[in-house]
Design a protein around this ligand. Structure first.
Ligand SMILES: [Cu+2]
Length: 117
């Protein structure tokens, strides 16, 4: 009797378990960024601490740089391509991303800010 109840209980468990939702990793939030002489739009992006985001950056004119040491960002943005930068910042702060690829006279002021809070 006990054995039968146990078997019935196990069958029930086997039937019920697959119905339960397994926890899924959250999809990263996608932020679209446009680079053009001499600005990034938007020029401020706010991210939660430990939030996974993907910055999808494209250029509307020439090749630009995209550099931020603490966040480990160091890439170039080629016109006609979308460059994806995955980011999960662990510490709060304000991080300035600069264009580090010379793109013209206003190049030195081409930057944007990632705020992590
Ligand atoms: Cu630039």
């Amino acid at each position: 009797m006990l054995r039968r109840a146990l078997v019935a209980g196990l069958s029930l468990a086997v039937l019920v378990l697959p119905v339960a939702d397994a926890p899924r990793a959250a999809e990263p939030r996608v932020v679209e960024i446009v680079a053009r002489r001499f600005q990034f739009t938007p020029n401020v992006v706010t991210i939660g601490k430990d939030e996974a985001v993907v910055l999808r950056v494209r250029s509307e004119d020439v090749t630009h740089g995209f550099f931020q040491r603490e966040l480990g960002i160091n890439t170039t943005i080629e016109p006609g391509k979308v460059t994806e930068v995955a980011l999960t910042p662990h510490g709060p702060g304000r991080y300035s991303i600069i264009c580090h690829h010379f793109c013209g006279a206003g190049h030195g002021n081409m930057k944007m800010t990632v705020v992590v809070e």
